[in-house]
Design a protein around this ligand. Sequence first.
Ligand code: ZN
Length: 236
Amino acid sequence: MATETSLAFQHLHQLLQELEDAQYMLGHGPKRIAAAEKKLTLAEQASADQRDKIQQMKKKADEASLNLKTREADIQKHQGRLNEAGSNKEYEIITDQINGLKESCAQLEDEILVMLSDVDDAGGQLETLQQEVADQQGRVKDIQADVSAKEPGLKENIARLEGEVAEAEKIMPAGEGKSAYQRLKASQGASGMSKVEEGYCAECNTAVTPQDAIRLNMGEFCLCRACGRVLYRVDA
Ligand SMILES: [Zn+2]
């Protein structure tokens, strides 16, 4: 009789653990989806930021090109004035101005080349980021499909385990024992029960009193005096 009770408690404890695992798995699915969606949002944001950055870079390069054209037009104007120079001195001044403008144009051309090359590089980085978005979209879809595929089986499993737990809980003695068990189950789940191994509570590692050892041997309902869990004996 005592052994039968011990086995029934052990069975109940195992069922509670299985039920908890199945419930965890069911709850874990949406968390996996949420985590993947978060990564997708971050990838999309990085991609959008890069697009904005490229737009700014292009705008700067366009402004520089416009600036270059203005200076080139200035050179043309100055060259026209050279023919109208009234003196050598004036001619020299205009030539100096033209040379100065040519120098600044050459510098600006170099700067524009660097800017355009930077835009190209940034475009390459954008492609990588866009690929990351596409990859992450695929991952979200895969995980959603995986979670949806597993969900019916998990729910079925949970329903079956809940039925088996309800059946196995009939071992709990009516009254105080049952209500103590229900309280522990509500607050700690499967962890509200603990087996006794070689005279010790397996959860808190406290030795059971000789009196409780006798009660357990007789298959009586017994709580650990240290951690308060429902104890059951495991027969070697
Ligand atoms: Zn204990």
